[in-house]
Ligand binder design. Structure first.
Ligand SMILES: [Zn+2]
Length: 271
């Protein structure tokens, strides 16, 4: 499932292609999307594309300035969603997309094999924004993290994946951030010292920024908008490395299950 760095990669790739283009048609091929108000989106100009948590959000402005408020098309890829840009109009062999955004100079297809992805048209940016704090936003400070953690009795690894707290982390980066911060995934939020919270905060920014630099990771279902492979995989410290040696201390990486999800960690350097 794409997480914050993968969505950021998609947004960075799409923005220069789509900015200033008119959305000629929004084609829907899935009955689950039938409530989308296509007419409110078509004919508008893409003003900017931003990432909010794990969502890519397209700001669609009225074609003439002063002719009304923009609307925001929010795309959440969830499990298997992919946004593939094509200038030739060619589509991928096999399954059709769930939706297609047609522009003058190409089209953007939304493929989503398991159909959990969410496409929404919002009347304000607030409506498009997720509930949790964005871990790359300026207001994500050590103090903000400390107050979010509060007296949480939840284990820190599943806590990091709660989208109502922090928005954008999933299974891969939650494991990687805890490895980087040298914090055991089964610790509770309430048990973390102030120094550990500072480490966790710093590791969050460090891991996410580095992953963005390398265009994230690509496993079976996720592809970026060009269908390319991110290269952060080879830099992963623990994720899917059970049985292999820790890059820091040479101990054997372990895998445990927390809330039905695999967690990977080093039993020696994460305390
Ligand atoms: Zn280690």
């Amino acid at each position: 499932m794409p997480e914050l760095p993968e969505v950021q990669t998609i947004v960075a790739q799409l923005a220069p292609k789509l900015r200033g283009q008119v959305l000629r048609r929004l084609e829907l091929f899935d009955a689950k999307l039938k409530d989308l108000d296509v007419g409110a989106a078509e004919g508008r100009v893409v003003r900017r594309i931003t990432r909010l948590g794990k969502r890519a959000v397209f700001e669609l402005a009225a074609p003439k300035s002063g002719a009304g408020n923009p609307v925001w098309l929010s795309v959440h890829l969830r499990m298997t969603g992919r946004l593939i840009w094509s200038e030739s109009g060619a589509t991928e062999a096999g399954r059709p997309p769930r939706a297609r955004l047609v522009f003058d100079r190409g089209s953007l297809s939304f493929f989503d094999m398991r159909r959990f992805g969410i496409l929404r048209l919002c009347r304000s940016l607030d409506e498009a924004a997720p509930m949790g704090l964005d871990p790359l936003a300026g207001d994500f400070t050590p103090q903000a993290l400390e107050s979010l953690l509060g007296s949480s009795r939840q284990e820190i690894k599943p806590w990091l994946m709660r989208q109502d707290r922090l928005s954008g982390l999933g299974n891969i980066y939650a494991s990687e951030i805890l490895f980087s911060a040298r914090i055991h995934p089964a610790r509770t939020g309430a048990s973390l010292t102030r120094a550990e919270i500072r480490r966790l905060h710093a590791a969050t920014g460090r891991v996410l920024r580095r992953a963005i630099k390398y265009c994230g990771v690509t496993f079976s279902d996720f592809q970026d908008s060009r269908g390319c492979i991110g290269s952060y995989q080879r830099l992963l410290g623990v994720y899917r490395r059970a049985g292999e040696r820790c890059r820091r201390c040479r101990a054997t990486i372990e895998r445990v299950v927390q809330q039905q999800r695999s967690t990977f960690f080093c039993p020696r350097c994460q305390a």
